[in-house]
Design a protein around this ligand. Structure first.
Ligand SMILES: NC(=O)c1ccc[n+]([C@@H]2O[C@H](COP(=O)([O-])OP(=O)(O)OC[C@H]3O[C@@H](n4cnc5c(N)ncnc54)[C@H](OP(=O)(O)O)[C@@H]3O)[C@@H](O)[C@H]2O)c1
Length: 241
């Protein structure tokens, strides 16, 4: 039987590599993001399985749950909460606890944190029916101050890591596993100028590739990780050592 994944933010970067990985393994992948499906980098049934959705709008996100459920045939084997934003100041500067506009802080939390709660909660019956797996994409910035990622981003990712524990506790009895992955410096458009300085100091001395992150996400949605839940896997080339 073909398995189904719901993946937020599949149009670029880590999400794009993830949709490619799961498609290659024969999964059907439902995707959500703000832009329409881009035919420049297609995957099987990509256009038909795309839902255009702005996750920074709570009403939009709540309303989309019913639409997604209608497309699922009662089973959801994987939910990957990957879409994320990391706003910067007008000159690309880091926004800290003094300089982050409070409305922007809320927007970051809607995309990076609340959308994950809304989707996982709203789709719990389908996840339970499939004994599915949830993967929340956190960040190295959730556990330490990062030179480029701002305060809103960091706190939203710390909250998402805490949510992963809470969800693992609540979804476990339903047979659903919930884990997080925390990437370090991965080669996507979210990176800031200056990242090369950080990379020089890493034990592995290189950026991570989106496909290397997608591999870990795939592992967490596969039977290879059948007793792994409530954990956060770091994917950072040794940035924490
Ligand atoms: N790259 C890294 O080094 C790194 C490090 C740590 C953590 N992460 C995390 O990994 C995840 C993916 O990062 P990435 O680097 O691949 O990011 P990216 O290249 O900037 O892609 C972000 C994705 O999220 C979608 N998205 C953004 N805002 C959205 C919204 N309001 N509603 C719906 N979808 C939205 C985008 O699609 P649309 O534009 O079509 O909406 C896009 O597909 C994020 O959660 C990020 O925080 C990345």
């Amino acid at each position: 039987m073909q398995k189904t994944l719901l993946l937020t933010g599949a149009s670029r970067g880590i999400g794009h590599a993830t949709v490619k990985r799961f498609s290659r393994e024969g999964w059907r992948v439902l995707t959500c993001s703000r832009q329409p499906h881009d035919p420049a980098c297609p995957w099987p049934d990509g256009e038909r399985n795309h839902i255009q959705l702005n996750l920074s709008d709570p009403a939009d996100t709540i309303n989309a749950v019913e639409l997604i459920r209608e497309r699922l045939d009662g089973l959801l084997h994987g939910l990957v909460n990957n879409a994320g934003i990391s706003p910067k100041g007008p000159n690309g500067e880091r926004l800290n606890t003094f300089t982050t506009d409070i409305m922007d802080w809320g927007k970051v939390f809607h995309v990076n944190f609340f959308a994950s709660v809304v989707l996982a909660r709203g789709l719990r019956e389908e996840l339970a029916a499939a004994k599915g797996s949830v993967v929340n994409v956190t960040s190295i910035a959730g556990s330490r101050v990062h030179p480029f990622a701002g305060a809103a981003y960091a706190t939203s990712k710390a909250a998402l890591a805490a949510l992963t524990r809470e969800m693992a506790h609540d979804f476990g009895p339903l047979g659903v596993r919930v884990n997080a992955i925390a990437p370090g410096e991965v080669e996507t458009s979210i990176l800031s100028p200056g990242t090369e300085k950080i990379v020089e100091g890493l034990p592995m001395q290189r950026l991570g590739q989106p496909s290397e992150v997608a591999d870990v996400i795939y592992y967490l949605c596969s039977d290879q990780s059948s007793y792994v839940t409530g954990t956060e896997i770091e994917i950072n080339g040794g940035q924490h050592v």
